[in-house]
Design a protein around this ligand. Structure first.
Ligand code: NAD
Length: 326
C-alpha cells in the first residue's frame, strides 16, 4: 500500500476536543492557539522540561483551554474524549536533548506509545511530530520522504534521531495492527516567537546575540545549509495534515536554503545591529546540508510556505526585542 495516501477517516475537523502533547513548547503553543481559533477546545499536556506555562499564558482563561502538567512517558488522562491528538512532546534543540538524553528516548518511545493509546481509545486522528533529523547527515539532497537517512545510531545526536525514527516505526505499526488513524509529519527547522534565546538553535541564538551587540557564533565555516520555516507556515501544514487522511510521512519545511553565514548576516542587518560574526567549532554529526523536497505536501495538502526568511526573521526579532524591553 502507498503509505503516503492511505485509507480511513475516523474524525475530521471541526474537532470538539484536541490534545496537544508538548503544547507548552514553542511549536505546540502556536498549535494550541490555532486550534482554539478554529473552535476546538484544547488540552495542552506538558511536563515543562523544556517548555513553560508562560508560553500558553495568553491562552489561560480562554474558554475551552486546559493546561495539564503531566509527563507523557507515563500513561495520562485528559478527562474527556479527544478527536485529535497531536503528539509534539519531545526535547527538540540539541542542547536540550543532550542534557536530557534518556528522557528524550523515553518520550519518543513510551510517550508516543501512550499518546497513540489515547488516540486509539477515543477513535481520534493522531499526528506524530517527526523531524528532518531522521535523515541524519543526508547523502541525498534535497530529501524526499522515500529517503531512509544516514543516522549514526551511537552518536551524540542519536538520542533524538533514533527516538523519532522509533516513534515513526511505532506509529506505523499501531496503525497497521490496530487500525488507529495516524499521520506523520517530518518537520524541518522551524523558527519564530517563543523560542528560547538560550536553547542553542541558530535563529534564537543569533537574534539574542545581535540584540545584545555580541558576536554571532557561527559554527564551522558557516557554509552548512539549513532550510528555515516560519512557525505560522509549519502550523498551517500540520493542521492540513491533521485534516487529511494521509498517513505520511510528509515533509513540512521551507525549501529555500540558507547558509548559516548568510543567516547570521541577515539577522545582523534586520536587527540593525553592530555585532560581528565569530566562528566556533562545529558540533559532532552536525549535518552539512538539509533541504526538504515538499512535492508531496504541495500535491496532497496544497501546502507550501508563504513567509520568506526576511519577513519571518523580522517578526521573530520584533518579538525578542519586545520581550527584552518589556
Ligand atoms: P520545545 O522544546 O519548545 O517543545 C517541546 C515541548 O514538549 C516542551 O514544552 C516540553 O516541556 C514538552 N515535553 C518534552 N518531553 C515531555 C514529556 N515527556 N511529557 C510532556 N511534555 C514533554 O520544542 P519545539 O521546537 O516546539 O518542538 C516541538 C516538537 O516538534 C518536537 O516533537 C520536535 O521534535 C518537533 N520538531 C521541531 C522542529 C523545530 O524546528 N522546532 C523541527 C523538527 C521537529
Amino acid at each position: 500500500m502507498d503509505t503516503a495516501t492511505a485509507t480511513a477517516t475516523v474524525s475530521r475537523p471541526p474537532w470538539e476536543h484536541a490534545v496537544v502533547t508538548g503544547g507548552a513548547g514553542f511549536v505546540g503553543s502556536h498549535l494550541c492557539t490555532a486550534l482554539l481559533d478554529q473552535g476546538a477546545s484544547v488540552t495542552c499536556v506538558d511536563d515543562f522540561c523544556t517548555g513553560s506555562a508562560e508560553n500558553v499564558a495568553h491562552l489561560t482563561g480562554r474558554p475551552g483551554f486546559t493546561l495539564l502538567q503531566a509527563d507523557v512517558t507515563k500513561p495520562f488522562e485528559v478527562g474527556r474524549a479527544a478527536g485529535l491528538v497531536l503528539h509534539f512532546a519531545s526535547p527538540a534543540s540539541p542542547s536540550d536533548y543532550l542534557r536530557l538524553p534518556l528522557h528524550t528516548l523515553e518520550t519518543g518511545s513510551l510517550g508516543t506509545r501512550n499518546a497513540l493509546a489515547l488516540a486509539h481509545r477515543d477513535g481520534a486522528r493522531f499526528i506524530l511530530a517527526s523531524t528532518s533529523e531522521v535523515y541524519g547527515d543526508p547523502q541525498q539532497h534535497p530529501q524526499n520522504e522515500r529517503y531512509w537517512g544516514n543516522v549514526n545510531p551511537v552518536g551524540p545526536r542519536s538520542v533524538y534521531d533514533e527516538a523519532k525514527r522509533f516513534g515513526e516505526a511505532l506509529t506505523v505499526a499501531v496503525a497497521a495492527e490496530r487500525g488507529t488513524d495516524t499521520g506523520i509529519v517530518r518537520l524541518f527547522n522551524t523558527y519564530g516567537p517563543r523560542m528560547r534565546g538560550y536553547d542553542g538553535r541558530a535563529v534564537p541564538t543569533f537574534v539574542r546575540q545581535a540584540l545584545a551587540g555580541e558576536p554571532l557564533t557561527v559554527t564551522g565555516d558557516g557554509l552548512q545549509t539549513r532550510s528555515l520555516a516560519y512557525v505560522d507556515d509549519t502550523v498551517r501544514g500540520i493542521l492540513a495534515m491533521a485534516a487529511s487522511d494521509l498517513r505520511g510521512p510528509v515533509n513540512l519545511g521551507n525549501p529555500a536554503e540558507i547558509t548559516m553565514l548568510e543567516l547570521a548576516r541577515t539577522v545582523i542587518s534586520l536587527a540593525g545591529s553592530r555585532s560581528a560574526v565569530g566562528f566556533i567549532d562545529r558540533p559532532t554529526d552536525d549535518p552539512a546540508v538539509r533541504c526538504p523536497d515538499i512535492t508531496l505536501a504541495r500535491g496532497k495538502l496544497q501546502w507550501e510556505p508563504r513567509v520568506d526568511a526576511v519577513e519571518g526573521l523580522a517578526r521573530t526579532i520584533a518579538w525578542f526585542r519586545e520581550r527584552q524591553n518589556g
